[in-house]
Design a protein around this ligand. Structure first.
Ligand code: AMP
Length: 214
């Protein structure tokens, strides 16, 4: 079962993807994580995309399609969760072609709906455990007082993303509405789209997704 989590930055795609990995053994393919890894390890590609990512712009289709193609042919598990990919119509067409080539298909596209005011609040308050990727929020899910990650126990190693600031977020939202939101119509027309209320409590969102996936 291969699924796409579609939604603006801060919609909760990463959090829900992690849950599906833990409970179903699916494989999370986050192009954002792959690009951040390339950036941190300083590969040629990482250096090329660093400034684009920090500004909140989209990197080229060619780069992300290449990353996804490589993972699709090397990773195995109980299906793929595409998190932050596709983000353009060209990427969506490329994904369809790649899956067909591998004799696979797309099961469903989960659209995580949230309003823009909530996104700004969520993103500017967000931090992540460097050990396991668990996401915290200064207001709704603060880092525990003892400084230990509730998921992996790592102490005092929480990071804020370079692009989780208001300026960059404004650009990321603009990129989302200009280039990614047309995918909602694209997948609706294909009959694959299933909306969930991303503003609900994390557990409720998880339950809605579970109900869709069966
Ligand atoms: P994310 O972690 O999904 O919010 O992605 C962080 C940043 O990585 C984005 O703002 C883009 O600069 C880049 N990025 C991630 N996925 C894609 C994609 N599918 N297409 C283009 N750029 C991407």
């Amino acid at each position: 079962m291969n699924i796409i989590l579609l939604g603006p930055p801060g919609a909760g795609k990463g959090t829900q993807a992690r849950h599906l990995v833990e409970t179903r053994g699916m494989v999370q393919l986050s192009t954002g994580d792959m690009l951040r890894e390339a950036k941190t390890s300083g590969t040629e590609m990482g250096q090329k995309v660093a400034a684009i990512m920090d500004a909140g712009k989209l990197v080229t289709d060619e780069i992300v399609i290449g990353l996804i193609e490589e993972k699709l042919t090397t990773e195995t598990g109980a299906g793929f969760i595409f998190d932050g990919f596709p983000r353009t119509l060209a990427q969506a067409d490329a994904l369809a072609a790649l899956l067909t080539k591998l004799g696979q298909s797309l099961h469903t596209v989960i659209e995580m709906r949230v309003d823009d005011d909530a996104l700004v609040g969520r993103i500017t308050a967000r931090s992540t455990c460097a050990g396991c990727g668990e996401v915290y929020n200064d207001i709704t899910k603060p880092i525990p007082a003892d400084g230990k990650c509730t998921n992996c126990g790592k102490e005092n190693d929480f990071q804020r993303r370079a692009d989780d600031n208001e300026d960059s977020l404004r650009t990321r939202l603009m990129e989302y509405y200009k280039k990614t939101s047309p995918l909602i119509g694209y997948y609706y027309a294909k009959g694959d789209l299933r909306p969930v209320n991303g503003l609900a409590d994390i557990k409720e969102v998880t339950a809605s997704i579970e109900a869709i996936l069966g």
